[in-house]
Design a protein around this ligand. Structure first.
Ligand code: ADP
Length: 440
């Protein structure tokens, strides 16, 4: 019990004592005691009224009213609490103001989305880059306002690990990189950055490579034509010239390979991010044709080549691209497997998806190189790649084609033991045609 309470109780006891003495003298003990209690009650009611009045007019109140006893202590506590609360409110208001200034100054668009894709908050850049209006669009579904198909499937897909790129819905010249970050209670933050500058640079680089490759193709075709004419007259040339001629032909063919691969890559770059799902490609036929190509490529090297093909599996995608990717893997297996080695092609189901695997018993790859193999012009051994007619672009094409089909490339390899290149396709791309599979 606090001091104020003790004093309060003492005061009540004094009033009652005084009333009892007066009552005793006047011979009206009960009435005087009642009068004393009434006095105490009135006193407390009055104090309560003052405190209540002070609390009701809390906004314009100045100092707290002078109150006695427990009331005084209560008023002091309320006053201190109110003061602390006011200070905290001021601090929060200034923090909020600074936050608003900061988000307005931010060049990146930021939108907070609720569980039903409804907009909860947005900054000024979101108005500029997405055309969203504040406050009119608050509460609207974001998918009704940004209708780009890539964005809609990104938002619905729930896999926000990678950002996506779209053109701004309100400014054709602005390219945006979007990323969604989940946070809090089923909320998500959409952050968009203007990457037009980078995009234009990338476009210039792609156009440059495509143009250079294209421009080189014609003179090279002319040179190769002359080389073929010389080849027909080879018997008339002295031996050193014959050797040079064959060397020149080898180099020209290699150059042609590089140009064709570069053109393929820039074609892939120029297409949309995903290959069309319109037509189903007969992969079983494609794989058996590749097996025959592999035998032809192997020639006298005598590789043992087998193929396990699930005849019921077809794929939705681009036939030309898939052929190019698979052919690159098969030609690598032949080129990096010494004479007499084994090469196995497998086109089979993988869970709900499908996988194309090329396994060889070739030279294998050191683990440190594996993460970089799909980079353009990355080779483990430049000389070996050149000697076998490699361009250094094969696996870059494979990676690109697989990305466009929503597939993944898994590489397993050990130096001296061989390698396995596995392309894993998602179930969404798989088409089931017939039942049987056979091992050839
Ligand atoms: P390249 O035209 O040089 O073969 P790729 O992009 O197809 O270019 O392959 C990149 C590198 O990966 C090759 O230079 C080679 O070192 C390595 N590589 C690819 N496939 C195999 C394989 N089956 N066995 C061993 N190494 C391989």
């Amino acid at each position: 019990m606090t001091k104020a309470w003790l004093a309060e109780l003492g005061r009540l006891a004094l009033i009652l004592l005084a009333a009892a003495i007066l009552g005793g003298i006047a011979g009206q003990l009960v009435w005087m005691l009642l009068a004393g209690l009434l006095f105490a009650l009135c006193f407390h009611l009055y104090q309560l009224y003052r405190v209540h009045h002070w609390i009701l007019h809390v906004e314009d109140r100045g100092n707290p009213p002078d109150a006695m006893g427990v009331w005084g202590e209560l008023v002091d506590s309320l006053y201190r609490f109110g003061k602390r609360h006011r200070k905290r409110k001021e601090r929060l208001a200034s923090l909020l103001e600074r936050f608003n200034e900061f988000t307005s100054a931010m060049p990146d668009a930021t939108v907070v989305i609720g569980p039903n894709n409804e907009i909860r908050w947005l900054n000024e850049a979101a108005t500029d880059l997405f055309g969203l209006r504040n406050p009119q669009d608050i509460g609207q579904r974001l998918s009704n306002l940004i209708r780009h198909p890539d964005f809609i499937s990104y938002l619905a897909g729930g896999d926000y690990h990678e950002p996506i790129e779209i053109t701004s819905p309100v400014r054709d010249d602005v390219r945006l990189s979007l990323r969604i970050v989940p946070f809090g209670n089923h909320e998500r933050l959409l952050a968009a950055r203007d990457i037009s500058h980078l995009y234009r640079l990338e476009q210039m680089r792609r156009d440059f490579v495509a143009n250079v490759s294209h421009e080189l193709r014609t003179p090279l075709t002319v040179l190769m034509g002359y080389l073929e004419t010389f080849e027909d007259m080879e018997d008339e040339f002295p031996s050193p010239l014959k050797r040079s001629l064959s060397h020149m032909q080898g180099q020209a063919t290699r150059m042609q390979g590089i140009i064709e691969d570069l053109l393929m890559l820039s074609r892939l770059d120029g297409e949309g991010p995903m290959a069309s799902e319109q037509s189903a490609v007969a992969i079983p036929g494609l794989v058996s044709a590749l097996r025959e190509d592999a035998e032809a490529l192997s020639g006298t090297a005598g590789h043992r080549i087998s193929a396990e093909i699930d005849e019921m599996l077809w794929l939705r995608g681009d036939a030309k691209e898939l052929h190019s990717a698979f052919a690159n893997l098969v030609s690598n297996a032949v080129r990096y497997t010494p004479m007499g080695g084994e090469i196995a092609l497998r086109w089979v189901r993988d869970g709900a998806g499908a996988s194309f695997e090329v396994r060889d018993t070739g030279i294998g790859i050191d683990p440190e190189h594996i993460p970089r193999l799909t980079e353009r012009f990355y080779r483990v051994n430049k000389d070996r790649s050149r000697d076998t007619g490699g361009t250094g672009l094969g696996l870059a094409i494979v990676k690109h084609v697989l990305q466009r089909h929503g597939a993944k490339l898994v590489i397993r390899s050990r130096p001296g033991e061989g390698s396995a290149f596995v392309c894993l396709f998602p179930s969404a791309r798989v088409v089931h045609k017939v039942r049987e599979s056979h091992i050839a």
